[in-house]
Write a protein that binds this ligand. Structure first.
Ligand SMILES: Cc1cc2nc3c(=O)[nH]c(=O)nc-3n(C[C@H](O)[C@H](O)[C@H](O)COP(=O)(O)O)c2cc1C
Length: 174
């Protein structure tokens, strides 16, 4: 599929089949995600790949999404805003982590979709629980969680209709 087709056909999934996903596929996806646009060249994010059954269950609970532990892998994007504090005020550094994590997450979402995998974005989570489950150092913040695997039948996310192009595009002035 071309990029445009992948963009238009992708749908989030929260329930996954037990079809195997090879570890190399996850490595390939994360390897590509490193090339996501980054404004500083500091790369304050790191990935935690969760494959252990019990840990996936705990991550799923910390994400308040009971089914994502059905995915063979859950990728967690954790950021260390302190790495940006030589360039930005604390608040700005925190916001930049969110922007950058979004870029990296999008690369993971699109490339994994292109490979035929399904995924979802989770950002609303219990930070303290997640820190505890993953053994994250105190300065790290979890910014994005992406379950990756093959969708179980009929497990597509909410049906949403994107806005019509004519309703959201303005030329020259709003
Ligand atoms: C930035 C962002 C954050 C999200 N956070 C959550 C979340 O914390 N929990 C959740 O259940 N869904 C969350 N979602 C929603 C799903 O990942 C998914 O995007 C939504 O169900 C719409 O489906 P679609 O992506 O197929 O259009 C989030 C989506 C986005 C884009």
């Amino acid at each position: 599929m071309g990029v445009s087709d992948t963009l238009k056909s992708r749908k989030a999934t929260f329930l996954f089949s037990d079809k195997e996903v090879k570890e190399e596929t996850i490595v390939d996806i994360l390897d590509a995600a490193r090339f996501a646009p980054n404004p500083t060249g500091i790369y304050e994010y790191e990935f935690i790949v969760v494959a252990d059954k019990d840990t996936k269950k705990k991550v799923s609970e910390a994400c308040l999404t009971p089914n994502i532990d059905s995915a063979p892998f859950i990728v967690v994007i954790a950021c260390n805003p302190e790495k940006l504090e030589s360039l930005f005020e604390k608040d700005e550094a925190g916001e930049m982590c969110i922007d950058n994590a979004a870029m990296v997450a999008e690369f993971i979402i699109l490339y994994s979709s292109e490979l035929g995998l399904s995924n979802a974005s989770i950002t609303n989570l219990n930070q303290a629980k997640m820190r505890d489950v993953l053994g994250l150092p105190g300065e790290y913040v979890v910014r994005w969680v992406i379950p990756l695997g093959y969708a179980a039948g009929g497990s597509k996310g909410y049906e949403q209709t994107p806005p019509k192009i004519g309703d959201i595009v303005h030329i020259d002035k709003f």
